[in-house]
Design a protein around this ligand. Structure first.
Ligand SMILES: [Zn+2]
Length: 463
């Protein structure tokens, strides 16, 4: 295979940004030469001129719902990964819901893998589901554990019929199983009993303000209670856990102190909790409905403090799409909860971080090396380093991006990010040495995406 140079960029390395040239061969980074100016020109070399660009590792979005197979009118691997590629993402981990069926058995997992194998523009891994139904079948879970990137479980209702939440007692079982398999257990942490109680009260109340009532049905305390219970169990059983889409500073403080006391825990938040607040939800309604819900502005600021403190490990889009009609319901209680954002995750997050004067070198690991390290794919992904996959993104800070409707590449063309302007632009996305997105020509026609086999850092084939 031909060699490829990415020259004259400002390259993000473990030591920060350096002017340099990257030599790529067979999809891997062969060498990184830290120097300014022209690289050695060899005949037949392909050269990408990255002058004026930051060159950063391809982003890893560990939290998307692409709904394939079964709910492709909501999204699909083809459209979801296309949108992700345009947003600088080179790897996604697809959640075990909201495909149909949900991924709760080895057969369903393998069927999904077979189904999506030719559909992806970018590399991918698949999550497995531990549910109230699958939790008792330890043999099946054991078999699945070798092929899933990690486990996902809900501590409250998921909104999907074949993905039952796990009760507090079942969570103990889940912790033991994950520990035995040496896998991470990722949790949607909201305390179900309390949500049910508050929802009943607010749905029956005479003074109804539905949007406000929805927020009141899932207050901070609901998240905090679930997080503290899960942390207690993780400390007892020694399980590796990962909290997805945490929305409050208080929960992150609990996680941070558990971490300090030796619990093997990491935490993700999402750009929507860092950009929007509950006032935006009250004004906008369904489009910004998610769970946990958007929080008061002081919590948004609190989350940014946590980021500055280094207390948040990863950022995920939690791209959870649906038909527009499912957002545009008469009652907010009936609207689908989920944010469409996969194309704008990194643009939105980096843009806001830059405006807050947080150094990029502090921010970038949350979408790259931290994710690769936690989910043990750092032998192939997450850094610009010789021997690793040449997954690169070329970014300009002197150009802007407008999230206009015509540019949306996900299936259903609506998003709360619509019409926002970001003070940066993704010029190219490169997956294993191939340009898969270019801001002039768009996303390539070829789908190069491969399944990432957990642990070994090599690409698997279906057995
Ligand atoms: Zn999710």
């Amino acid at each position: 295979m031909q060699e490829l140079w990415v020259k004259n960029g400002y390259v993000f390395t473990d030591e920060g940004f350096r002017p340099g040239n990257i030599l790529i061969k067979d999809g891997k980074i062969l060498s990184l030469i830290e120097k300014e100016g022209e690289p050695l020109k060899q005949q037949g070399d392909h050269i990408i001129d990255a002058s004026g660009c930051l060159v950063v590792p391809g982003f890893i979005d560990a939290h998307v719902h692409f709904n394939d197979p079964g709910r492709t009118d909501w999204e699909g691997f083809e459209t979801g990964t296309r949108a992700a590629a345009a947003g600088g993402t080179t790897t996604i981990f697809d959640m075990p819901l909201n495909s149909s069926p949900s991924v709760t058995s080895l057969e369903k997992l393998r069927n999904k893998r077979e189904h999506v194998r030719s559909l992806s523009y970018i590399d991918y891994a698949l999550w497995g589901g531990m549910t109230g139904d699958s939790i008792n079948n330890s043999l099946e879970l054991e078999k699945m554990s070798k092929e899933v990137i990690s486990w996902k479980a809900f501590m409250c209702e998921s909104g999907i019929d074949d993905f039952a939440y796990i009760s507090p007692e079942e969570l103990e079982q889940a912790m033991k199983a994950a520990k035995q398999q040496d896998k991470i257990l990722a949790l949607h942490a909201e305390w179900d009993e309390e949500i049910q109680r508050l929802t009943r009260i607010f749905k029956n109340s005479k003074k109804r303000d539905e949007r406000k009532n929805y927020l009141q049905s899932r207050p901070e305390a609901v998240e905090v209670r679930a997080v503290s219970y899960a942390l207690e169990l993780a400390a007892i059983y020694g399980t590796k856990i990962h909290f997805v889409h945490i929305s409050t500073k208080k929960a992150i403080e609990l996680i941070q102190s558990a971490k300090a006391s030796g619990v093997d825990v990491t935490v993700e938040t999402c750009p929507h909790y860092l950009l929007f607040d509950e006032e935006d939800f009250l004004k906008t309604g369904g489009l910004l409905k998610c769970s946990p819900p958007l929080r008061p502005r002081k919590d948004v600021e609190g989350l940014w403090e946590c980021i500055v403190n280094g207390w948040i490990d990863t950022i995920g889009s939690d791209h959870s799409p649906c038909l527009f009609s499912m957002k545009n319901t008469t009652s907010i209680w009936d609207a689908w909860g989920g944010i469409q954002g996969v194309q704008f995750t990194w643009l939105a997050f980096l843009d806001e971080a830059i405006k807050r004067n947080i150094p990029l070198q502090q921010i970038l690991p949350l979408g790259t090396s931290n994710v690769a390290d936690r989910f043990e794919i750092s032998s192939c992904k997450g850094r610009i380093h010789p021997g690793l996959d040449a997954d690169l993104v070329l970014v300009r800070l002197d150009e802007t991006t407008i999230a206009d409707n015509q540019s949306f590449l996900f299936r259903n063309r609506y998003s709360p990010y619509e019409n926002r302007e970001f003070l940066l632009k993704i010029k190219k996305t490169i997956l294993r040495g191939k340009i898969i997105y270019d801001d002039q020509s768009g996303v390539t026609n070829e789908k190069y995406g491969k399944w990432i086999q957990p642990r070994e850092g090599v690409y698997g084939t279906i057995s």
